[in-house]
Design a protein around this ligand. Sequence first.
Ligand code: NAI
Ligand code: MG
Length: 359
Amino acid sequence: KIVKNPKIAVIPGDGIGKEVIPEGLRALEAVNSQFNIGMQFDHFDFASCDYYLKHGKMMPDDWFETLMQYDAIFFGAVGMPSVLPDHISLWGSLIQFRRCFDQYVNLRPVRLLPGVPCPLANRKPGDIDFFVVRENTEGEYSSLGGKMFPDTDREFVVQESVFTRHGVDRILQYAYDLAQSRPKKHLTSATKSNGIAITMPYWDERVEEMAKRYADVRTDKYHIDILAAHFVMNPDRFDVVVASNLFGDILSDLGPACTGTIAVAPSGSINPEGKFPSLFEPVHGSAPDIYGQMIANPIGQIWSASMMLDHLGYPEAGKTIFKAIESVLAEGPANSPLTPDLGGKGKTDDLGKAIAAAI
Ligand code: NAI
Ligand code: MG
């Protein structure tokens, strides 16, 4: 499905979000003209601690109606703990987007890039190339439960997991569609049906049911504990990994960590039907420790732009951005202006310009 003349809401947020967003836009502008996409950008200063200091809240009251007019949100990072506690800044912005826009897919590519030091021994680019698909709205992260008899020796707490057929099937369908679109056509399901004896056998049952509709996709499943071990020992085994909210949360940090620095990792919080805008952002946060020096690596933001184009129906443009990132990285710090985290001396905008030029 192709979104014609996509309207993009640009929200830099805080800290290095303000430094890397312009580089993401530089890449987007380059493909916008090259592929005649007709993307339009509007910039917003809310969902930031600066906005909070001025207005006493993270976002204007009509943020939902405002952002509903856009096809996607291109987001930097939010949070400045020295100014405002994270539970106020993140819950007042990003978490509201994820919930109110029913962004039930959290998608993170796990790919080893040239020139990025890999913490796993003897792995080269091409060896690691898969996606983690995390369910983002239900599962283990529910608010059902409570505490009784506090401060007595009868004290107990209960928190229930929620797995609905609707919620499980839609994340599985997204993951199977993704697997079917890839050359390996291989889906791995994260389970724990040997220990969590009600919800996880249900998850497995829905996987089996969904698998029947995707006869050309090879399906396997691993218990979450050994699956985590395989991420480290045999990352070449995976193509698309689908997981519940809790398991996916862990795997979606472990995966990118296995391929090097979080500074290059992108993510999408996606509402696949396009009923609500989806959000694309780097995995990293606002990095207050390096903010203001223009040494932040913009690749996570630029790769997020590539994912956004895939989502909007422009995979060729998305691929062009990704190839440009790869080619600039492959030249190494001696020949391209890589940022200090990659062993170079380049500034944020130097690297952004080199990637835009490669596009
Ligand atoms: P962080 O990701 O901002 O930084 C962790 C470390 O990685 C820091 O040493 C930082 O300098 C480095 N780093 C991060 N991105 C980099 C880049 N592009 N180039 C070079 N180095 C980079 O995580 P931290 O410090 O735990 O959180 C800082 C703030 O960001 C907090 O307020 C946190 O809540 C927020 N945060 C927001 C996220 C979001 O908007 N989705 C995600 C993660 C954290
Ligand atoms: Mg996490």
